[in-house]
Design a protein around this ligand. Structure first.
Ligand code: SF4
Length: 682
């Protein structure tokens, strides 16, 4: 019996794996693990299904130059070939001719090692990862406001104690169902749940108050609420004076956002806005949680800052059962952004342009600080530059299915085609692996050990339960094999616990300090919350009780203005397109679409009966959604729960992201996945 965690989302539900026969696994509940108390969603219960998949890759594949087909190769042949071609490219075009792309599902150890591979073995600045597309706007806002980016600065269960919980752009009842029990318990003890979403989702059905704004207007909604809080004398002046800076400017900024103006922009009736402001002002404790619906916008950072300003005005962050948090999406969305996969960061959430941070990490790695490259391009910008005069000519991909998950995906696919060399490490032949020159088959969750950091900042341990199939290597072994062939000046350990100890030393003294966390402690304590700077330190479940992580200890209120989405509807593209997830699938679907027991109905287009009438579509008819970047044909799902001016497409299949907009948030570089102008027709 092995105690471990689900392979998918950021809740990182605890589960037990029981061996059945030689290699089969059975998922069982782990009731003692506090985050999910034994509950799992459908994806978790069926997680062992991928192990039996015939589609599992078990041999490296190399594209044959003559036939253009992929053929089986030995590990030596595949890695020798990759290393030789990377070395030639670096010699001819410099180190930045090689780029690395990681994922928010990689363990902390892999994310750390991938950053080291890029900066030490390859010497390239060109590394980023798909987590840039997940929670980076919330991260950017939290860094600005609080001086630290930990998605939830408190355990998730704390929301049960809040009087009013405001969920902005989160459908947690479908994306992480075990978390929805906190909403039920909150309501049982008399608390209120507020959901803000353009769709009346399963989460909205559990709410007391539901606001349905036009996609891309959550920022204006927050400004309008703060306007009413200020006008109604609801600001906690004592808290604002003692614990924040900059509120006076914010107070002036929101003065122009009277409710009728907000109604015109958001479509939310002024009466509903007033009722919600009254509810917030009258509550002893308020918790605001944002997720991708609010964050994946060209104004995502400002949108989150507007909701943080509201929480600060009410005096909530740092108070018990109150505050602001972000519900991270990917399994290691939190840890994946802390240990060096990001273009501008070094392990421990250190910034790569900070001389002291460079010195510290270089010392741990055993290389001179001036050998480390500087900041590279953000995820979309990196992909957009591939194969151009200025961009990389080779790309190594670990834990990401770019062809499905990148915005403006047709364009990104063309950039991948323009590469001299594409190398993909994956479990299965994902859409991105199918394009690669070299495919490297790697272990999956139950076959390897490593840590993840869940949405609460709790570091948990996934334990190996079964040996991998013959022919499969761990990502750590692949990175070590490449590093030695590239002539790395330092060692790349392949034992996850050894890598974690190095990560701990590299993170020591950084914002995300893991120095005091060990595998044994995680096992004994059901996870350890960072920062945890020493073996004696208990970890930090709750942040901000005394002060914020800014130089003066105060939260910063940052004035923001609503500009609206990068694309407004027009005559040719008159409706809003928004995208999201469904219960039975996860991210690009590379894993969940291959699990027999999970329904795979393919993409669909959700639209309101009024819109369906207008275009002459009935439920189940094939309809076409078109944007300036592409088209998608899929069956209509006619539902009264979506705004009549909006269509929704899930993004787990090829197609949805051919439609989405690559406009970037100026601070986080998050693409505007969540809204663009579209046309829909039969
Ligand atoms: S909620 Fe997330 S972590 Fe929990 S079982 Fe479902 S997919 Fe896995």
């Amino acid at each position: 019996m092995t105690h471990t965690h689900c392979p998918y989302c950021s809740l990182q539900c605890g589960m037990r794996l029981e061996r059945r026969g030689r290699a089969a696994l059975e998922v069982q509940a782990w009731p003692e693990f506090p985050v999910n108390e034994g509950a799992l969603c459908r994806k978790g219960w069926t997680a062992a299904g991928l192990r039996g998949s015939r589609e599992r890759l078990t041999s490296p594949l190399v594209r044959d130059r003559a036939s253009g087909e992929l053929r089986a190769a030995s590990w030596d042949e595949a890695l020798d070939l990759v290393a030789a071609r990377l070395t030639a490219l670096r010699r001819q075009h410099g180190p930045d001719s090689v780029a690395v792309f990681g994922g928010g599902g990689l363990t902390n150890e892999k994310a750390f090692q991938l950053g080291k591979l890029a900066r030490v073995a390859l010497g390239t600045s060109q590394i980023d990862y798909n987590g840039r597309w997940c929670m980076s706007s919330a991260g950017s806002a939290a860094n600005q406001a609080f001086g630290i980016d930990r998605g939830l600065p408190f355990p998730l269960a704390d929301v049960e104690g809040t009087d009013v919980l405001v969920l902005v752009g989160s459908n947690l009842a479908e994306t992480m169902p075990p978390a929805a029990r906190h909403l039920d318990r909150l309501r049982e003890r008399g608390g209120r749940v507020v959901v803000v979403d353009p769709r009346r989702t399963a989460t909205a059905e559990r709410a007391d108050t539901f606001l349905q704004p036009v996609p891309g207007t959550d920022l204006a909604l927050a400004l309008g609420l703060l306007h009413l809080v200020v006008a109604g004398g609801g600001v906690d002046e004592e808290y604002v004076a003692a614990r924040t800076t900059g509120f006076d400017v914010v107070r002036r900024t929101v003065a122009a956002w009277w409710p009728e103006r907000v109604e015109r922009v958001t479509g939310v009736p002024a009466s509903e806005l007033r009722a919600l402001a009254d509810l917030l002002v009258g509550a002893a404790t308020v918790t605001v949680l944002t997720a991708r619906g609010a964050e994946q916008h060209a104004q995502g950072t400002d949108t989150v800052l507007a909701w943080i300003n509201l929480a600060l005005a009410l005096g909530m962050p740092g108070r018990e059962s109150a505050g602001y948090g972000c519900l991270t999406g990917q399994g290691n969305g939190q840890g994946g952004r802390e240990h060096g996969q990001k273009a501008d960061q070094l392990p421990g959430y250190r910034m790569i342009d900070d001389p002291a941070a460079r010195e510290h990490v270089a010392r741990v790695w055993g290389v001179p600080a001036d050998s480390l490259p500087g900041a590279g391009r953000s995820a979309y910008e990196l992909l957009d530059s591939l194969g151009t005069d200025d961009g990389a000519r080779a790309l190594l991909v670990f834990g990401s299915n770019i062809v499905v998950s990148a915005p403006n995906a047709t364009h990104v696919t063309r950039r991948l085609e323009a590469l001299d060399l594409l190398v993909v490490a994956d479990l299965v032949m994902s859409e991105t692996a199918a394009m690669a020159d070299v495919v490297l088959p790697v272990t999956q969750w139950a076959e390897e050990t490593g840590t993840m950091t869940n949405l609460e900042g709790r570091v948990v341990l996934r334990e190996r339960a079964v040996a991998p199939p013959d022919g499969v290597w761990s990502d750590l072994e692949v990175m070590a094999g490449l590093a030695s062939r590239l002539g790395s000046p330092v060692a790349f350990p392949t034992d996850a616990e050894e890598v974690f100890a190095e990560l701990g030393r590299a993170s020591a003294g950084g914002r995300a300090d893991y120095a005091g966390i060990t595998y044994d402690r995680i096992r004994e304590e059901h996870g350890v919350f960072w920062p945890c700077p020493s073996a004696e330190h208990p970890g930090t479940p709750r942040l901000f009780a005394e002060s914020f992580a800014t130089p003066d200890g105060r939260a910063r209120c940052v004035p923001v203005e609503h500009r609206g989405p990068a694309e407004a509807p027009c005559d040719d593209y008159p409706v809003h397109l928004t995208t999201g997830r469904v219960l039975a699938q996860y991210q690009s679907g590379a894993q969940t679409r291959r699990i027999r027991d999970l329904p795979d109905d393919g993409p669909f287009v959700e639209l309101h009966p009024m819109l369906a009438d207008r275009i002459g579509a009935h439920d189940g008819d094939l309809v076409v959604v078109a944007t300036r970047r592409g088209e998608l044909k899929a069956p209509a799902r006619v539902v009264p729960t979506i705004r009549p001016d909006t269509v929704f497409v899930p993004f787990h299949w090829v197609g949805a992201n051919r439609l989405t907009n690559d406009a970037l948030d100026p601070s986080s570089r998050m693409p505007e996945f969540k809204v663009c102008a579209a046309a829909v027709r039969t």
